[in-house]
Design a protein around this ligand. Structure first.
Ligand code: SF4
Length: 560
């Protein structure tokens, strides 16, 4: 409700007694300091007129207004895209160097912690269970089990990313004191946590390999399982050709509508048992694409084929029959579930709607589904608000699996969950998918999670796929400049910031798409041809396709 300039001036007058012109000058200096471009013109704008990353910069400017000796940053980058997160982390490091203030950086993301901090306290159930320098925590041969369970380093073969759920349910509301004690027992090999000083010896000799099987081994097992089932030789389960979705956006009741191409000519194919990760910044069209694949969002151009046949029209009997074979898992499980209906009834709903099994067998099937996703039988009669976030997402997944689907589209299924619960849910999804041979489209802005679960990855930018390849190829040798920036912006525990490509600026407004290559205003390799000609997705070897004139080696030829 208040203009951003006024909010900063308010902090300046309360803490430093500045008013009038001096306060305005100081506020403009702070806006410059945190990297708000054109601060003088934007001084009188409202917060909703700024992007998420810029709002976070404004918050930092407000915090700096009192010239603090201590800055407490509570999950300052959690809600941001990876590229913007990298910018904010850089800003915090730079400001600390310039002002000399101390920083308490609170985060569940150990990658970010390792970039920003010198010293780390690991907390569990209200207590500090480990404390040490970043070097001790991330480079030591034997960090504690809990620290390992929440660090998600994709390069670390000893503890695969997002694949080492910690036993128990952390601080979820239903967790009994006994369950909370279980990790303590693991930490201290039977000694009570309260009797253990933070600097006490860690559990270096614990047979961690038994608890966290190596990532490479898991991937190999998964590949073998897929080849045993002959997925590679199968034809595509779902194919999309040149999909287009255009929204008409109006700014104001009587304003003229502007077309926004949310999905702009996307083609892809997915085989049974395969997982396609779809990544990109907010507004890149990932969710629209997912909904179009399932027919939830209208296809305005192009075609989707399921098992070789074009998708029928919405709401027709053929479409209803097909819907049982394809299911959606939403980001927010509380919104996806009906708060007035018990979990068991909601899980059994698809069985009733699609008349899949006789009524007398439904209870048994629901019990099987609950067991498959790790819900206890006594939770059947509970309502969604009586379960924790992780349990609600398990219930949503059980409901999606009830109709034995062939395709699952998961849209940010773990981003609303705590990091250790994320690992449990991702592992469960992967196991269920392997057991049932389900094809999966996994949409996420969290590259670490995608790397862990996806066989192939499609990188989206402003409604188009700019690079597609196997997960290992994308994460080990990204080629498209945007993919390089995206992969490099993910903070990895124990890796230093040096050599990272930090993307400047924010994604352009989709209603005002740049000419030629939409990425050219942010691309360090952009040439004249990039501003004029839209690059097409082409094979560039190693089973990879990319849409970039420079990477495809065609820039000179087009310019000529
Ligand atoms: Fe950059 Fe040009 Fe490639 Fe676009 S086409 S990503 S602007 S080099």
């Amino acid at each position: 409700m208040l203009r951003i300039g006024r909010q900063i001036v308010e902090a300046l007058s309360l803490h430093r007694g500045l008013r009038g012109d001096p306060a305005r000058r100081e506020a403009l200096r702070l806006l410059d300091m945190v990297g708000i471009p054109d601060a003088r013109r934007r001084f009188d704008l409202y917060p909703h007129e700024f992007s998420g990353g810029q709002c976070q910069r404004l918050m930092i400017a407000m915090a700096l207004a009192g010239e603090p000796d201590l800055l407490i940053a509570d999950e300052p980058t959690t809600a941001l895209d990876a590229t913007i997160q990298a910018q904010i982390l850089d800003l915090l490091i730079q400001l600390r160097a310039e002002t000399g203030m101390a920083t308490v950086f609170i985060s569940h993301d150990l990658g970010a912690v390792s970039q920003v901090c010198e010293r780390v306290c690991v907390m569990y159930a209200g207590r500090i269970v480990e404390e040490g320098s970043v070097a001790q925590l991330f480079f030591r041969a034997a960090p504690s089990l809990y620290a390992r369970s929440i660090r998600r380093d994709p390069e670390d073969r000893r503890s695969p990313p997002a694949a080492h759920p910690y036993p128990g349910h952390g601080s979820e509301p239903e967790t009994s004191p006994r369950r909370l004690f279980l990790p303590a027992a693991l930490f201290s090999r039977g000694r009570s946590l309260s009797r253990r000083a933070p600097s006490a010896r860690h559990i270096g000799r614990w047979p961690a390999a038994r608890l966290f099987p190596a990532g490479a081994g898991k991937r190999a097992r998964r590949a073998k399982n897929q080849s045993d089932r002959g997925y590679a030789a199968m034809t595509a389960l779902i194919e999309a050709d040149n999909l287009v979705r255009i929204y008409q956006i109006r700014r104001g009741l009587f304003a003229q509508a502007h077309p926004v191409r949310a999905v702009d000519g996307i083609s892809l194919a997915l085989k049974p048992g395969e997982t396609l990760g779809v990544v990109g910044e907010s507004g890149s069209g990932k969710s629209t694409l997912g909904r179009m694949l399932l027919g939830i969002d209208a296809v305005q151009g192009g075609e989707v084929r399921f098992e070789g046949k074009p998708m029928p029209q919405l709401k027709t009997p053929e479409w209803r029959a097909l819907r049982a074979k394809m299911q959606f898992v939403y980001q927010d499980p509380l919104a996806a579930l009906d708060r007035r209906v018990t979990i068991a009834r909601q899980i059994g709903e698809p069985l009733e709607i699609h008349k899949l099994i006789p009524k007398q067998h439904q209870e048994t099937r629901v019990a099987e589904l609950m067991a498959a996703v790790g819900l206890r039988p006594d939770q059947a009669g509970r309502y969604p608000h009586e379960l924790s976030g992780g349990q609600r997402q398990r219930a949503v997944i059980a409901r999606a699996l009830a109709a034995r689907p062939k395709l699952l589209v998961c849209d940010e299924p773990v981003s609303a969950l705590d990091v250790s619960i994320q690992a449990q849910v991702v592992n469960m999804l992967r196991d269920l998918q392997e057991q049932n041979g389900i094809a999966m489209v996994f949409i996420s802005h969290d590259l670490k999670v995608v790397r862990n679960i996806a066989d192939r990855v499609a990188v989206m930018y402003l409604g188009r796929i700019v690079e597609e390849a196997s997960s290992d190829v994308i994460f080990h040798s990204p080629q498209h400049p945007y993919t390089k920036a995206l992969v490099s912006s993910v903070p990895v525990p124990g890796k230093i910031l040096e050599g990272r490509v930090i993307l400047q600026g924010e994604p352009p407004n989709p209603a005002n798409r740049p000419s030629g290559c939409a990425f050219h205003p942010r691309c360090a390799l952009a040439q004249d041809v990039c501003r004029a000609v839209v690059p097409q997705l082409r094979p560039i070897g190693n089973g990879r396709t990319a849409a970039c004139h420079v990477v495809a080696g065609e820039a000179a030829a087009i310019a000529a």
